[in-house]
Design a protein around this ligand. Structure first.
Ligand SMILES: *Cc1c(COP(=O)(O)O)cnc(C)c1O
Length: 228
């Protein structure tokens, strides 16, 4: 089997499962965006995906995303989903169309100070594991104060929330919690409607919980040689 055939078969399988989960949830496919996470995979794999019609790619590292975005066609939408580092913000803002992992007022201020960039779409990452601060994301308690500060002090208007389901919690529970948090803030922040939830191991549960953006890597591209 060629790499093209392999990726094509896996993509079709994932698309089939997305379609089934979507109809089980009584939802429609076009309200769900599949982002194929190409981190740690070569640009040739991303090109294969592009030729198969994929136009949304996810990357965790600035340098890798920046290089790939230069080498691939310009009608691709790039999603940055790794932890934001302050000194990388200007660069991230030069190639990414979406940031899924905004979690601090300082970073929002810094992104906001580059008005020339194309980056307009931000998700706030919520940390569902309050004891693990190394993971990135704000706690559910700190979310509204952060949103209020971003709203009043920067030009950034987040469109959604992002989370990674904690390993020791059932994804159904974690994603239901995200749905509750989103519903809770909706009265104060009606423009925050999107939910970036679901990876290779849990995207069907994410669809059931109202995810609008799925970030899927290994089920389509195979296991990564390097750790995430
Ligand atoms: C790596 C990563 C993904 C994709 O993970 P897979 O298990 O390969 O599907 C999604 N979201 C984030 C934040 C990631 O770091």
């Amino acid at each position: 089997m060629t790499r093209e055939e392999e990726i094509s078969a896996k993509l079709r399988e994932v698309e089939g499962k997305i379609a089934a989960a979507t109809s089980r949830a009584g939802r429609v496919r076009n309200e769900i965006q599949l982002i194929v996470v190409t981190k740690n995979f070569p640009v040739s794999d991303a090109q294969i995906l592009y030729d198969l019609g994929i136009r949304a790619f996810g990357e965790n590292r600035d340098q890798e995303g920046s290089l790939k975005s230069e080498q691939l066609p310009s009608d691709i939408t790039w999603h940055f989903q790794g932890q934001v580092q302050s000194r990388k913000i200007k660069s991230i803002a030069s190639w990414a169309d979406y940031v899924h992992s905004l979690d601090s007022l300082d970073h929002a201020r810094k992104f906001s100070s580059y008005p020339e960039v194309k980056l307009r779409n931000f998700f706030i990452q919520v940390n569902l594991e309050p004891l693990r601060i190394d993971r990135g994301g704000v706690s559910s308690e700190a979310l509204e104060p952060l949103l209020e500060a971003i709203q009043s002090e920067t030009e950034i208007r987040p469109i959604g929330l992002m989370a990674v389901a904690p390993a020791q919690v059932e994804p159904e529970r974690a994603f239901a919690q995200m749905q509750e948090i989103r519903n809770r803030i909706l009265t104060s922040f009606p423009e925050i409607t999107a939910l970036s939830l679901g990876m290779s191991g849990d995207y069907e549960a994410a669809i059931a919980a109202g995810a609008t953006h799925l970030r899927i890597g290994s089920s389509i591209l195979g296991s990564r040689v390097l750790p995430a």
